[in-house]
Design a protein around this ligand. Sequence first.
Ligand code: 8YV
Length: 312
Amino acid sequence: MTQIMAIGTYHGMDEAALSAELDALAIRSLKQLPPLGEATRAKILGVAYKGHLQFTGEMMDLLPNLRLIAKYGVGYDSIDVDSATERGIVVTNTPDVLSDDVADLTVGMWIAAGREMEAGINAVRSGSWARSGPPLAHKVSGRRVGILGLGRIGREIADRLVAFKCRIDYFARSPRDTPGWTYHDDPMALAEAVDDLIVAVPGGRETEKLVTAEMLRALGPDGIFVNISRGSVVDEEALIAALEGGVIRAAALDVFLNEPHVDPRLASMKNVLPLPHIGTATVETRNDMGVLQRKNLHEMLAGRPAVTPVNA
Ligand code: 8YV
């Protein structure tokens, strides 16, 4: 009897494991949930969820015996956790196993934007290198970098930047135990203090448009803005205006407001390094994320507490 439902577009290795280990009933999107028969829906005790469509209380009510939503990913802004809690549904995510990958990519993006790697690649590919080299870029080592959100991922990013002789400033809800980094209790104060700004706060209502036009102005015409969190955290229109108007120097973005549909202005500007949300997209990390997601489902089926709950 199928007690687990897998919702989302999974990689083949996860699809196979969800089916083999948990006999999961797979659907591509939450939109396919309402048309399923009532009897099928009533059997479901756990959902393996991968997606950015909002898993609302209304959707949860279509699964009257649901006990657990196991999110594939550390961010759970696509799940209405309050509604889940009200219904006694545990929500889990996949923290830690992905922090290295996201931090590695962030630093890579920051260097690529600062050193204008894309222009260099284009010069080789187009043959324009033979006529004249690309213009000089800017040094990245030693810059003063602000981390907006010093959680697990923010911390990994900052630790890596220390190796690049960067001075670290950060914003978090409260000061953290850090090796001489500067704490700011206000995102604007952080933006004013630093050369570059990296967004590492979780997405969701609380952080919506946390990065404002004023903060980008404070960063200034030499500033690099990096976002590996969620597109919702920045006022995207303000970001586009700042990039078009030279208010900041460059942006490196792995996330967008309406992804996978990227605003064409962001996709085409030369001072934007756009990536298709690949922060965790390695075989190793995606494997670990899948294992942790399924582990939470196995524990629920065995009557044991979840391993990585967010609303316990
Ligand atoms: C997801 C992510 O893994 O972990 C997160 O919160 O944003 C991603 O890395 C990806 O969106 C797959 O759903």
